[in-house]
Design a protein around this ligand. Structure first.
Ligand SMILES: NC(=O)c1ccc[n+]([C@@H]2O[C@H](COP(=O)([O-])OP(=O)(O)OC[C@H]3O[C@@H](n4cnc5c(N)ncnc54)[C@H](OP(=O)(O)O)[C@@H]3O)[C@@H](O)[C@H]2O)c1
Length: 288
C-alpha cells in the first residue's frame, strides 16, 4: 500500500517524491503518457497511467488512504477546472485519500497593488488563469468538507530553480518592463517549495491556505537581470507600458500587469519551514 500519491508528477512532484523515497516511503504517481513512466520508475516510484481529462481512466486508481499531492494545472480556456471535477468524481467514499495538498497559485489574489497579501486577503482573480485556479481550490475544499478529508491549499508564487530559469526568454530577446515601472512579483526556489509541500502534509490542517514565497518580493525585471548576470547573457531590453502593450505576448503582459507583495509568515510559523534560499541572490547562486 502506497503512503504517498502524486497527481501531476512533473518538476515539483518529482522533487517531493524523491524526498519521500529518501525516507523509505512508498510513492505512486499518476502520469498521463507511458513515456513519462520509466524515469519515475527508476527513482523507485510506482506509476499509474491515467488522464485527468478522461474520467474513464481514473476508475480504480489506488488513491485510497494516501497522502495525496495534486500538482496538475487546470487545462487552458474557460473559468473552471474540469480536471479537478473529474478527479473528485472518481473518488468513491470507501477509496478516498486521507489528506490532499493542492498546489494553487498566488494569481488567485489578482492585482493587489502595493498591499501586503496575507491568507486573509480576498481572492479576486482578474485573469481567466486565476479564475480557473480559484475554481479548483473551491471544488477541492468543498469536496473535503463533504467527505471529511483534510484539504490544504498552497498558493504558490513564481517557481525558479535548477532547470527552470528563463534562459530561452533571455536568449530569444524577450523584453521586460522598465525597472522604474515594473510591478512586484514573488518567487520560491523549487527545493524550498518541495520542503513546504512535505511540511504541509505533516502539519497543515483541514481547509487551511498557505501563501508560499521566499518573503522577498522583487520585480520581474530584477529577476531577468539576475538570471542574465548569472548566465553571462546580455540583460533584456526594458520597455515602457506603451511599448510593452505592443511587444509582449498576452501571457507575459498579464503576468507583469499584476502586483503583489506576498507575506509568508503563516508558512514559516505554522508549517515550521526554514527556507534554504530566502533571497533570489542565494537561490540563483545555487542554480549555477
Ligand atoms: N510555474 C510557476 O511559477 C508556478 C507557480 C505556482 C504554481 N504553479 C503550479 O504548480 C504545479 C506544479 O508545478 P510543476 O512545475 O511541477 O508543473 P509541471 O512540471 O508542469 O507538472 C505538472 C504535471 O501535471 C501533469 N498533467 C497535466 N495535465 C494532466 C492530465 N490531464 N492528466 C494527468 N496529468 C496531467 C503533467 O503531465 P505531462 O508531463 O504529461 O504534461 C505534469 O507532469 C502546477 O499546477 C503549476 O501550474 C506553477
Amino acid at each position: 500500500m502506497s503512503t504517498v500519491f502524486i497527481v501531476g508528477c512533473g518538476d515539483i512532484g518529482t522533487r517531493v517524491a524523491r524526498r519521500y523515497r529518501e525516507r523509505g516511503e512508498a510513492v505512486t504517481a499518476l502520469v498521463r503518457s507511458p513515456e513519462k513512466a520509466p524515469p519515475l520508475e527508476q527513482l523507485g516510484i510506482t506509476t499509474v497511467i491515467a488522464d485527468l481529462d478522461d474520467p474513464a481512466t481514473l476508475t480504480g486508481v489506488p488513491f485510497a488512504g494516501t497522502t495525496l499531492f495534486y500538482f496538475a494545472p487546470p487545462p487552458g480556456g474557460g473559468h473552471t477546472d474540469p480536471r479537478v471535477r473529474n478527479f473528485c468524481a472518481s473518488l468513491p467514499p470507501d477509496a478516498q485519500p486521507s489528506k490532499i495538498i493542492y498546489m494553487s497559485t498566488s494569481g488567485v489574489y489578482g492585482d493587489c497593488g502595493d498591499e501586503v497579501v496575507t491568507e486573509e486577503s480576498p481572492a479576486l482573480p482578474r485573469t481567466a488563469r486565476g479564475k480557473r485556479r480559484l475554481d479548483a481550490e473551491l471544488q477541492l475544499l468543498e469536496w473535503g468538507v463533504e467527505r471529511g478529508v483534510p484539504v490544504i491549499v498552497l498558493r504558490v508564487t513564481g517557481i525558479y530553480g535548477p532547470g527552470r530559469l528563463p534562459v530561452s526568454q533571455l536568449t530569444g530577446g524577450q523584453p521586460v518592463l522598465d525597472a522604474g515601472i515594473a510591478n512586484l512579483t514573488n518567487r520560491i526556489h523549487s527545493e524550498d517549495l518541495a520542503t513546504v509541500c512535505l511540511a504541509a502534509a505533516e502539519r497543515g490542517e483541514a481547509g487551511e491556505l498557505f501563501n508560499v514565497s521566499d518573503g522577498h518580493p522583487g520585480t520581474m525585471t530584477d529577476y531577468f537581470n539576475g538570471v542574465a548576470d548569472l548566465l553571462g547573457l546580455p540583460r533584456p531590453r526594458q520597455l515602457s507600458w506603451e511599448e510593452a502593450r505592443q511587444e509582449m505576448s498576452p501571457l507575459m503582459l498579464s503576468y507583469v500587469s499584476e502586483s503583489r507583495r506576498m507575506e509568508n509568515r503563516k508558512m514559516l510559523e505554522k508549517l515550521g519551514v526554514t527556507l534554504r534560499y530566502p533571497t533570489l541572490a542565494e537561490g540563483l547562486t545555487a542554480c549555477k
